[in-house]
Design a protein around this ligand. Structure first.
Ligand code: S3P
Length: 442
């Protein structure tokens, strides 16, 4: 395990290009793999999680060509109506929950058996939430680890259409069902208790699928898609990841004399809850040049250092910032007053128990924090946080990056025990921040 240490910085400045959105990158590989024709992709995230999805698809017989030296275009030769092949070896999905859950939905519609495995973190994460509805549709699963990886599954060419209400708001489960739904005999209806990131729906529409979403008066969302739909390849551009940009945004806010610009960031409203919250806290963040790109909205973001104040995060906003609570907790530690976060049960089953990991890290850095079963309260230091600690990252990239960001503005350096997992989502994180003026090193 290699750690990293982040030392106080005298402001971060400049324009920084952030890698492509992780959620869209997984989806474009998977939907491109099923479409008829060749999907060319620019801006694809190159990270370990995305490589797990690409390798798994190649093991299932899909041809994926990385960029050559002349261009930055990935090419996916889609299967069209052809069957996927049975992989010769287990599909290793590393740390990536999105790879595991979405691939289960994708494989469910083919006459293929596959074993899915993951690292120590992924092998602890609940898979029953995808197994249950996919089994109702007709896929078969064998697990010896209590609905956790490793899992052997066998798909079917004759899946039943379902009308399924998701017990938890989860874009991964919804997307798994939509991928399987491309092969059902009739219409599939999915009801999500609250709207979650809708990149799968948008990409499906872009590739020609007939799919609708209807927001209900009670806040739930009904998605309806016809079964047995062909997809047609189209060029896709992947914009910068707002969940990765979040770390640089908070770094600029909490580090005095900072001013950064981040171009071409995905600003889908189902992903920008953190930015809404930071603006309520008093953050100086502006969105310029809003435009459409491959069925998504993007904008250029400018962030300047700001004095923040604590807020209460509306519980209904949680799905739109589900991955951003570790970095929000860092912003909250520097704010004046208390920040209250609730409706966080899902944080317990992410790459780590994020509620526990956040609380342990903040406590080690001298920040007052209280956790409930599903909630977190952080008492900010009004610009002052002691730091001077080593944080246990629990194989969780977002915990690792969040506490390195804290080190930029804390009074004493902040170290993390293991920086290797950062490569799952944002391999250039430390280099990009150092290019702006941070001091992150071994
Ligand atoms: C993701 C959905 C979210 C999120 C994850 C990526 C996706 O997970 O936490 O990082 O790409 O669909 P859940 O669906 O489990 O909430």
């Amino acid at each position: 395990m290699t750690g990293l240490i982040s030392k106080p910085a005298a402001g971060i400045h400049g324009t920084v290009k952030i890698p492509g959105d992780k959620s869209i990158s997984h989806r474009v590989l998977m939907l491109g793999a099923l479409a008829a024709g060749e999907t060319s992709v620019t801006g694809l995230l190159e990270s370990e999680d995305i490589s797990c999805t690409a390798q798994a698809l190649m093991s299932l017989g899909v041809s994926i060509t990385p960029p050559n030296q002349q261009n930055n275009v990935w090419r996916i030769r889609g299967m069209g109506g052809k069957n996927l092949g049975t992989p010769k070896a287990p599909l290793h999905l590393g740390n990536s929950g999105t790879s595991a859950r979405l691939l289960m939905g994708l494989i469910a519609g083919y006459p293929v058996s596959a074993v899915l495995t993951g690292d120590a973190s992924l092998s602890l994460r609940p898979m029953g939430r995808v197994i249950k509805p996919l089994a109702q549709m007709g896929a078969r699963f064998e697990t010896s680890n209590g609905e956790r990886l490793p899992i052997k599954m066998t798909g079917s060419t004759n899946l039943n259409p379902v009308n399924y209400r998701l017990p938890v708001a989860s874009a991964q489960v919804k997307s798994a069902l939509l991928l399987a739904g491309l092969h059902t005999r009739g219409k599939i209806i999915i009801i999500e208790p609250q709207p979650t990131r809708d990149h799968t729906e948008r990409l499906l529409r872009l590739l020609g699928a007939d799919i609708t979403s209807e927001l209900q008066p009670d806040g739930s969302n009904i998605i309806t898609m016809e079964g047995n739909q062909p997809l047609t390849a189209k060029p896709v551009h992947v914009p910068a990841d707002p969940s990765a940009a979040a770390f640089l945004t908070v770094a600029a806010l909490i580090t005095k004399d900072s001013d950064i610009s981040i171009p071409d960031v995905l600003v889908n409203p189902l992903r920008t809850g953190l930015y809404d919250t930071l603006i309520e806290m008093g953050a100086d963040i502006s969105f310029e040049n809003r435009r459409e790109s491959s069925g998504e909205t993007v904008a250029d973001i400018r962030v300047r250092s700001s004095a923040l104040k604590g807020v209460t995060v509306p519980p209904q906003r949680v799905p739109a910032m589900i991955d951003e609570f570790p970095i929000l907790a860092i912003a909250a530690a520097f704010a004046a007053g208390e920040t209250m976060m609730s409706n966080l049960a899902e944080l317990r089953v992410k790459e780590s128990d994020r509620l526990a990991a956040i609380a342990a890290g903040l406590t080690a850095a001298g920040v007052k924090v209280a956790t409930g079963e599903n909630s977190l309260r952080v008492t900010g230091g009004n610009g002052k946080v002691r730091g001077g600690c080593t944080v246990a990252t629990q194989l969780d990239h977002r915990i690792a990056m969040s506490f390195l960001v804290m080190g930029l503005a804390a009074q004493e350096p902040v170290a993390i025990d293991n920086a290797e997992t950062i490569a799952t989502s944002f391999p250039s994180f430390a280099a990009l921040l150092n290019g702006l003026g941070a001091r992150i090193g071994v």
